[in-house]
Design a binder for this molecule. Structure first.
Ligand code: SF4
Length: 441
């Protein structure tokens, strides 16, 4: 008897939280293939289901399961849930992507001309979330290059944040007095087309060799003002547990390093990376925080939910970072939905970034006014925790500058006139002290 797509989906579970991937307990994929399942049709057959509850045994979305049946029918759960397998089977060529997606003119010519700065790389898991026939789908736009990347505007540059000028040793950026950005490597399992560091990621210039890492650690050791180290890249969680622990252990030997943060996108593009073994190792280096990169609510799958739950259960405070992207998440509805999904996964919405003016990014950038409108449309209308801080990372190395809609109508000699989220006017007693000027609007 043939099984339906839903039956197959229900039988294929992810590993349980006590299992060590690759798991011995994973169920084998049923051998039956969905009849009449054509690659370009599967996407329209199914709906992407969002996370409803946290469960010990979490299922993949139907979309992911059908994708696996279509393109990796011989791969069992044990392999699929092994992050090494996901990395070694990344989609990296035009030919492979062309087998899976119906490429648009803009995508096709970007890939065959291969003149894009950032390499193509998408994990099979994240590829399973892409729309087959809609090049405008947010997730697809975030990882599939288009010829728009060849267009460089006068305001753009390869290093808009001026990181190269604030780097005392290779791969270490010391912009703020009390904290450093420590780039461990330049590799990511999946490359975001809007990446601020597209000048370096994927090019092999920043390696995870111990000589280079030791130089950076030594700089931190010799600089007592540094109390906070942010590990980034590339994606630090694409390092082996052993290499990552090698770094964490050495940083923890430095008395003035109070907190360590890790910036990563694996929970979104490679959630299989969050294993019980990794989490047990990370727990040894508290206080350890994580900033997780999300773009769109469709990324909040059961796999991602499970990964975030494991990290949160290990006592790691989780914050999110989201780049505001034109036509992808630049509406109050989409951004609010994303933040709600994040909160359900115990990820605190942290930053919403104005897209940096990196070379070839004009098709991703919104106006700043759009960002302010989104914050205004969220503040007061949803949980305060769900509203991220909107920031512009100042070109030239000025750091993050927060932007807020203006709620102050006027400041008289006696009171502040304020607009609330519903645009209703209120006053607060706030007499000016001598020398201060009234702002009357
Ligand atoms: S995960 Fe981060 S570093 Fe890697 S490509 Fe995306 S934005 Fe760049």
């Amino acid at each position: 008897m043939h099984q339906t797509c839903t039956q197959i989906a229900e039988e294929m579970t992810l590993i349980g939280e006590d299992d060590e991937p690759p798991s011995q307990h994973g169920l084998n994929i049923p051998s039956l293939i969905v009849p009449n399942l054509l690659p370009f049709r599967y996407n329209s057959l199914i709906q992407n289901s969002r996370v409803q509850t946290v469960r010990h045994k979490t299922q993949s979305t139907t979309k992911t399961k059908i994708f696996r049946q279509t393109y990796y029918p011989e791969i069992n759960d044990k392999e699929w849930n092994d992050w090494h397998w996901q990395i070694s089977h990344r989609i990296r060529t035009f030919d492979r992507l062309n087998q899976i997606l119906k490429l648009s003119y803009n995508e096709y010519h970007a890939l065959v001309n291969s003149g894009v700065q950032l390499p193509l790389s998408i994990t099979p898991y994240y590829t399973s979330l892409l729309s087959v026939d809609d090049p405008d789908q947010a997730l697809r736009r975030s990882v599939v290059p288009t010829i728009n990347e060849f267009v460089k505007m006068p305001c753009e540059s390869d290093d808009p944040l001026g990181e190269e000028h604030q780097s005392p040793v290779p791969g270490l950026v010391h912009r703020y007095p009390d904290r450093v950005l420590f780039l461990l490597l330049d590799f990511c399992s999946t490359y975001c087309r809007y990446c601020t560091r597209s000048r370096v990621v994927g090019h092999g210039a920043i390696n995870a060799g111990k000589d280079r890492l030791n130089k950076a650690i030594e700089y931190i050791r010799q600089t007592p003002s540094i109390r906070d180290v942010l590990l980034s890249g590339g994606d630090p969680l694409t390092l082996s547990d052993e290499k990552l622990e090698w770094v964490l252990f050495r940083l923890r030997q430095i008395p003035h390093v109070e907190i360590i943060r890790i910036g990563t996108k694996v929970t979104t593009v490679l959630p299989q990376r969050i294993t019980p073994k990794l989490v047990r190792m990370l727990k040894k280096y508290h206080p350890l925080w994580m900033s997780l990169h999300f773009t769109h609510p469709d990324e909040c799958t059961p796999e991602t939910h499970r990964a975030c739950s494991m990290l949160a259960d290990a006592g790691i405070p989780l914050g999110s970072q989201t780049v505001l992207l034109k036509g992808m998440n630049d509406s109050v509805e989409t951004m609010t939905e994303l933040m709600h999904e994040l909160m359900k996964m115990r990820v605190r919405p942290y930053y919403m970034y104005q897209c940096d003016p990196i070379s070839g990014s004009s098709h991703f950038r919104t106006s700043v006014q759009k960002g302010l409108e989104i914050i205004k449309g969220m503040r007061g209308f949803t949980t305060g925790y769900a509203v991220p801080t909107y920031v512009v990372d100042a070109p030239g190395g000025g750091g993050k500058i927060p932007l807020m809609p203006d709620y102050v109508e006027a400041h008289t000699h006696e009171k502040l006139i304020l607009n609330n989220y519903e645009n209703k006017c209120f006053s607060y007693p706030d007499p000016l002290i001598s020398g201060e000027k009234a702002v009357l609007q």
